[in-house]
Ligand binder design. Sequence first.
Ligand code: S3P
Length: 434
Amino acid sequence: MDTLDDAASLHVTGGGPARGSLRVPGDKSVSHRALLLSALARGTSTITGLSLGQDVTHTRRAVERFGVGVTCTGDGRVMVAGPIRHEPDDVLDHGNAGTGIRLTAGVCAGIDGLSVLTGDQFLRRRPMDRIAEPLRAMGATVDGRVSGDLAPLVIRGSNLTGITYAPRQASAQVKSALLLAGLSARGRTTVQELHPTRRHTEEMLTAFGGRVTVDDTRVSVEPGELTATDVMVPGDPSQAAFWAVAALLAKGGEVVVEGLYTGPGRSDFVQIVQRMGADIGFDLATGTLTVQSSRLRAVEITGADVPGIVDEIPVLAMAAAVAEGTTVISGAAELRAKESDRISSTAAMLRAFGAQVTETEDGMVIEGGAQLRPGRVDSHGDHRIAMTAAVAGACAAEGEGITVIDDWDAVATSYPGFARHLVELTGAATVGDV
Ligand code: S3P
């Protein structure tokens, strides 16, 4: 861990255009699933490139509580000896990780025993009825605070029955929880999605020998055992998006990010910034993203776009603040249920840097043309707000003060070493207050 990772506040000043080439951490979504599917599978799976962020570390510890042996070899490989041997022997603490708790809940619903799942103060405020309701319909007993909606969750797994379920949200987390539970259900489990969401669970289930069918927004899994396999975790496109915007914001910026995930549903931000006029390319053969600073124009983002850029909206909003014209984001009410209320926290962050933004119920309207000036931002415990603010702070007009990001340590949930990469790419000076 870098010393700046656990700073309570980060001070950023004096950056230039982002220039350089780098690799970002292993994909967080793939990492959670690699651990959980390896735990469910018979035999030893080897995972390479696992995210070292706290979210994934919580999933790794959760997996161990089921009696699954996890060995880190020291050369970047993690060996997971499945299958799950018993109910978890203690409370599963998922920290800040919505993906961790929801996917693990799906696993818990399918095992014969009792599981208690919890998380930090932010996770304990996020809605869980979206998974509790369908898991109950499959036959599990799921309870939690506030009529079963909030963690801690108490799950008594049982003999499940497959269902067909249409979640009210386009959510890969909900879909994945049901597919994982469906592995041990009687009969087929089908999820009918509102819009297609990221496909990692389907891809990885197939790699582990699961029987999955995907027909656009309709995904089904048959019950069955999984067999251990090896997983190479690619770089996380959502983390690359910060450096893409860092390159776009300041004249002379030029960034190359290598080794990213190239599958569906994770690089839509590339098309969105292309629509904004960005000079950006994504080589699907190698997973290499190449970005050069560009003049940007406003864009319209609607509900169908949102699942593909759900994690990139804060940093795209920062790009929209400097673009020419008015950007309208709608159909993004799901953002209110993320690590923070991301409509409010993104709007407050943009304002702190001098942008004009109006919050709506399901999105925001951003007046472009802002000259970013240093500001003070509260991350509200949300890593993506903190990282966006750091990028903006490095690009903000020099000589006008210092950007301060409070609750900076949230960044360690997904991107330990982010501040070091910021310094290397932009030359910004960073100081952490512990
Ligand atoms: C994720 C799905 C998304 C995303 C989250 C990771 C996943 O959440 O925001 O960071 O790994 O399945 P929803 O599917 O609930 O929108």
